[in-house]
Write a protein that binds this ligand. Structure first.
Ligand SMILES: NC(=O)c1ccc[n+]([C@@H]2O[C@H](COP(=O)([O-])OP(=O)(O)OC[C@H]3O[C@@H](n4cnc5c(N)ncnc54)[C@H](O)[C@@H]3O)[C@@H](O)[C@H]2O)c1
Length: 361
């Protein structure tokens, strides 16, 4: 069992039955009620295992969230809060999230506000959830097309990463999660980037490779979060690719939703271009990044029709201040800097570059 400290809690990566999860259930949380939050897919693919492997959970209340980013909204939270109240859940009871980033973001948010905060355990089931969303204590929901505009910092009691859940993850979701794995390497670890891009596609997600990839990616995120839990400095580097990525995600949310990781990958191309234009990232490294991302992630053909709305979405990004839109730049592969001010023209040029990279022929 690999144990990685993250803020006030530990992330355990390995077989859930051999982790400290059963002990938490049988000792610390023996006499409290448990609520398991799932979405439609993790209800069908992951819940049965949990209930069978841990019989103490057979009396748990199960809260079923509708699947998808478009449901990471306050209206759904209200329904869950009312259900918790109807079930008579009290502040000492335990919430367990079993799902991808939408389930841990929304389940964690609900855990943080219901009765001013309940303990919560995350069991991520998507690659993206395992390497990113379940770690670091950020919870959040969307407000209209604005991503994660409402949220809290609420550390879970523990996070348990068991890669066996990934057996049922659709291929597109593997790729989506892999974008955050690549981002972690880009901002912090050139060797890991080189290793990841050298792997043959069919070997990349072999069991052994996934174990390594999870451990390394979790370690990068945990290191950054430990250094700066409340995002005053270096933690902002985790947002690389997300200023433009979130705007793309928000724009398409009610048109034709694109996965979070795919949007981050497109944001990585656009923000790498800006890093190059502003003189931080070498052209050779920019080209390498663009090549890797383009081989894995599609770009919508009508991207440029959304430029105006994307700029408006970026103006509301959480990282901004009174001076305007702030973003991260790559200094080189493996090193990132943050708080860079970018203009509307910069954003337009970056989106145009992104589009041209895919469709110039
Ligand atoms: N809080 C943070 O620090 C943080 C960091 C990164 C991303 N996020 C958020 O995470 C979300 C994206 O996470 P995601 O990609 O996991 O999205 P998701 O939760 O929507 O999961 C993606 C899809 O995979 C399905 N799924 C999950 N596990 C499965 C399994 N084992 N088998 C079959 N299907 C499974 C889900 O039902 C869904 O359809 C976004 O809302 C993003 O904003 C949060």
């Amino acid at each position: 069992m690999k144990k990685i400290k993250c803020n006030s809690y530990t992330v355990e990566a390995g077989n859930l039955e051999l982790s400290s999860f059963p002990k938490l259930l049988e000792e610390t949380y023996k006499d409290v009620r448990k609520v398991i939050v799932v979405d439609e897919n993790t209800h069908d693919f992951c819940l049965e295992y949990l209930l069978t492997a841990f019989p103490t959970l057979e009396d748990a209340e199960v809260i079923l969230l509708p699947t998808g980013e478009e449901n990471k909204v306050m209206e759904v939270c209200f329904q869950v809060l009312e259900a918790l109240s109807d079930y008579g859940i009290v502040r000492s009871d335990l919430i367990i999230t079993l799902g991808g980033g939408v389930v841990s973001d929304m389940g964690g948010f609900i855990a943080s506000i219901y009765k001013r905060g309940l303990p919560c355990i995350h069991i991520p089931t998507s690659l993206l959830g395992m390497v990113d969303a379940s770690l670091g204590g950020k919870t959040g929901i969307d407000l209209g097309n604005f991503k994660n505009q409402i949220g809290t910092f609420h550390d879970p009691v523990a996070v348990f990463v068991d890669q066996r859940f990934l057996a049922t993850l659709p291929e597109e979701e593997w790729r989506s999660g892999f974008a955050e794995v690549l981002k972690h390497a880009l901002i912090d670890d050139k060797k890991e980037w080189d290793r990841l891009i050298a792997s043959k596609q069919d070997e990349l997600f072999s069991e052994e490779n996934v174990t390594k990839l999870l451990e390394r990616s979790i370690a990068i995120k945990a290191k950054v979060v430990n250094e700066d839990p409340t995002e005053k400095g270096i933690r902002k580097s985790l947002n690389f690719g997300h200023t433009i990525g979130h705007a793309i995600e928000g724009y398409y949310l009610d048109l034709n939703p694109i996965s979070h990781g795919n949007c981050v990958a497109l944001g990585i191309i656009a923000e790498s271009y800006l890093s190059n234009q502003k003189g931080t990232l070498e052209t050779e490294e920019l080209n390498e990044i663009v090549q890797v991302m383009m081989a894995l992630y599609p770009c919508p053909e009508d991207l440029l029709t959304g430029v105006g709305i994307m700029i408006e979405l970026m103006k509301n990004d959480k990282k901004n201040d009174q001076h305007g839109v702030r973003t991260c730049f790559l200094d080189k592969i493996g090193q990132c800097s943050w708080n860079h001010l970018i203009s509307e023209n910069d954003i337009k040029a970056a989106l145009n570059y992104l589009y041209q990279a895919y469709y110039k022929n």
